[in-house]
Design a protein around this ligand. Structure first.
Ligand SMILES: Nc1ncnc2c1ncn2[C@@H]1O[C@H](COP(=O)(O)OP(=O)(O)O)[C@@H](O)[C@H]1O
Ligand SMILES: [Mg+2]
Length: 538
């Protein structure tokens, strides 16, 4: 198995002279022997990006998809290679409708004739992982049915193993290759592609995204028909929209392109900051436009296999970082990176500030509508990487999605100024995060945990009081200083404890001030009462 894998690598590496990407001198004898036949293929003089693209095409759809993913990482991949890889197309022939139907029947334990009123044999789309057919439910609703390619999981696991071998080679024997962070990139790809195999999780993501944008004029997500869906099949409402890159049709429908582009940015920021759940596969095949109200156009999103979310801290630091960048306050950007723990605590602030300044300042020379926020973030993270920042996968997803959104938005409306949309949004978000309402909301989230511990509190209080009484003050006569110390510590603890209980009680009761005492939750009265008792008895 391993031998076959190595032979395959040797053949493709030789044919496209990818061995030239490795540092020959650092290779051990065994590797040199394995790659020696490459020279027999002569000097393939095509540029490196083209050779790599052709090699991936030859290796098959899972590699093509990998190449497509690489093309969305301008932060790691040199631009000549990125441009080549972006041209990769996966022209996978569809699998037969008979196999598709057999899969559906096995997964749903019923016949297609029973399940659907009609079923289109010609697929709507067929890609390396999944295939999609249109159908009509017995109640007349139009749907699409999605299922994964038979046997694809085995192929994926085999190909990923091959990719890991290549990544290890690159990491070990190429200086340039190491900069690509090959193992990290392959691990990222593995996670993404395995995620796409589980249609239950894709359906669940779609349901949540749909719920988050319920009644919103910005985005519509088709409904998942759960009785017909599971890990292996997804049946969802069929949508009819204009593909987002079809400018001619959008313009013909009289769509307000400026508003459409701005709404794209608004959706992105709403997902990242308000919902903390963002669609992270925003490529054009997954986004459509509902042009039924051209002056108030909305988006339609499908294919929710890959979603991102940030930790609460990352959200906060990202918002503050973006605001600081646009104020050109590079010192604050550097300090925020340190405070968030993105870079080590001992990072030299001045040096880091200078490095950030030197990448960001030239960007600000251009008019705002020409500045790419996505590229700015990439430059920033790349600078931070030099200062040992480990860019978390969730931040990489975010940076990629931002690039996509920006690219799409500018295609629709070249003067799009992302900053005009982003700045007020971020400022409001930060302000709201500290509003009394939101603090109370956070506070309320913790209340059930506190209540869980409530029954343990009275015995603890009595124990604390007992401890105080039995404190050695009465038996031994310590020095005045020691006496002060020994009696003040438990007392301080009880003070704090009592004050905390009282605070919690008041907090819980606060939304009910205007109501009669019988309406105030008993838990708040009990907690507050106990706190007060402690403070009085201490
Ligand atoms: N709900 C839907 N309504 C209409 N067309 C759909 C729907 N879902 C998928 N399609 C069509 O099928 C294509 C592939 O679906 P998608 O879920 O993006 O699969 P993949 O994971 O292979 O990219 C889409 O680009 C779109 O043309
Ligand atoms: Mg898709």
């Amino acid at each position: 198995m391993r031998l076959r894998r190595l032979a395959k690598i040797a053949r493709v590496v030789g044919k496209y002279r990818l061995d030239k990407l490795l540092d020959k001198d650092s290779l051990p004898f065994s590797m040199r022997a394995l790659l020696a036949p490459a020279a027999l293929f002569g000097g393939n003089s095509a540029p490196r990006g083209e050779r790599l693209r052709m090699a991936l095409e030859e290796l098959g759809p899972i590699f093509i998809k990998f190449g497509q993913l690489l093309s969305t990482r301008p932060d790691l991949v040199p631009s000549d290679i990125c441009t080549e890889l972006a041209q990769l197309q996966d022209n996978v022939p569809p699998f037969s409708p008979t196999t598709f139907k057999a899969n559906i029947e096995a997964a749903l334990e019923d016949t297609v004739d029973n399940l659907f009123h009609s079923f289109e044999a010609e697929p709507l789309a067929s890609a390396s992982v999944a295939q999609v057919h249109a159908a009509v439910l017995t109640d007349g609703r139009d749907v699409v049915v999605k299922a994964v390619r038979p046997g694809i999981e085995k192929t994926i696991r085999k190909d990923i193993a091959l990719l890991y071998t290549l990544a290890r080679l690159l990491a070990k024997y190429s200086e340039d290759g190491r900069r690509l962070r090959p193992l990290e990139v392959v691990a990222d790809y593995e996670m993404v592609i395995l995620e796409e195999l589980n249609l239950q999780s894709e359906g669940a993501n779609a349901s949540l995204l749909r719920h988050n944008f319920e009644n919103s004029p910005l985005l519509y997500v088709p409904e998942i028909h759960w009785p017909y869906s599971n890990e292996n099949v997804l049946v969802m409402e069929r949508i009819y929209g204009i593909p987002v890159t079809n400018m001619a049709d959008l313009e013909a429908a009289g769509v307000d392109m400026k508003l459409l582009a701005e709404r794209g940015v608004e959706i992105f920021f709403t997902q990242v900051f308000e919902h903390n759940f963002f669609h992270a596969d925003m490529h054009p095949g997954n986004i459509f436009v509902d042009a039924s109200k051209p002056k108030s156009p909305s988006y339609l999103a499908i294919d929710c296999a890959i979603m991102g979310s940030l930790s609460s801290d990352d959200q906060f630091y990202l918002a503050r970082n973006l605001l600081a960048i646009f104020k050109r306050d590079y010192r604050q950007v550097a300090e925020l990176h340190i405070r968030s723990g993105w870079v080590p605590a001992d990072t030299p602030v001045n040096e880091f500030t200078g490095a950030i300044r030197s990448v960001c300042e030239p960007i600000f020379e251009r008019p705002l509508n020409e500045i790419s926020l996505g590229h700015m973030l990439i430059s920033l993270f790349n600078t931070a990487r030099r200062f040992n920042m480990e860019v978390q996968p969730s931040l990489v997803l975010l940076q990629k999605t931002l690039l996509n959104i920006e690219g799409l938005g500018r295609q629709m409306y070249p003067q799009l100024d992302l900053w005009t949309t982003a700045q007020p949004f971020l400022e409001k978000w930060l302000k709201d995060r500290y509003s009394p309402k939101s603090i109370f909301k956070q506070f309320k989230r913790h209340v059930p945990d506190w209540l869980e511990h409530l029954p343990q509190i009275p015995p603890l209080i009595f124990q604390a009081l007992q401890n105080m009484q039995q404190s050695p003050i009465s038996t031994v006569a310590p020095s005045p200083v020691a006496k002060e110390k020994s009696s003040s510590k438990p007392r301080r603890m009880i003070n704090r404890f009592g004050a905390a209980l009282l605070g919690i009680g008041i907090g819980l009761a606060s939304p009910h001030w205007a109501e009669p005492i019988s309406q105030i939750p008993a838990s708040s009265l009990i907690l507050g009462g106990m706190g007060l008792l402690l403070l009085l008895l201490r």
